[in-house]
Design a protein around this ligand. Sequence first.
Ligand code: ADP
Ligand code: MG
Length: 250
Amino acid sequence: MSLLAIEGLFRHFGGVAAVEDVSFDLRAGEILGLIGPNGSGKTTVLNMLSGFLAPHAGRVRMGTQDITGLPPDQLAQRGVLRMFQMTRVFSRMTAFDNLLTAGMARGLTEAESGRRAQSLIEELTLGPVQYLDAGQLSGGQRKLLEFGMCFIEPPLVAMLDEPFAAVHPVMREVMANFIRSRHARGATFLLVSHDMPIIVDLCERAVCMNAGRVIAAGDIHAVLKNHQVIEAYLGETHAGEEPPSLEVRP
Ligand code: ADP
Ligand code: MG
């Protein structure tokens, strides 16, 4: 069943068509991968789906409701949340207080927010740094903290833009486990990532974009074998570099 139906999204920046006629379905309960070379329009799609950028044409439907162009706070009320490529935490507040505040901002009582914050701190392995100011955490720890802030009141749909980029492999695994556990409890994800092994591991389906358009969609293994997809990634390679591996871990 489709949770979000995306139909014919367009977005231009001056003369640049960043997103052209993009359509796909995000199904309830799935982790859908959104892949494609740099500059292919993935972040622009996420920005439009999460209300940070208005589409120039096209529709986004959630069930029978038209949610096109709603601002981020109204989408958040409907359970559609996005996490940023650059994390947004209060750097002069402790990690624990960031979680507590995020919960209270979503309408939880202080007691309930505190309980959830404590259990997220443990799950995200942030115990040793929970009373440090968030500004003192490593980039990976801040991303984990942002996962916690996003999930203190579980969203219906979480949109993640390159959450694994430049994150230590141990923390990458904590993130992947967190996504798996929330997926098992019914959360739906739209996951933008360059990390093919993790995409293959987490996603059954993917949508691949190139130059603003969808060039392949469907079963992840079929998408990665698609010739246009392989060519799009090869085209991204610069002289002298190895092409990115689309090989899948067994
Ligand atoms: P991706 O996330 O796949 O790397 P983006 O959505 O960030 O791609 O960008 C798609 C295209 O739109 C690129 O050509 C990029 O330069 C352009 N673009 C994105 N955001 C802006 C902006 N705010 N102003 C002008 N051009 C932009
Ligand atoms: Mg991007």
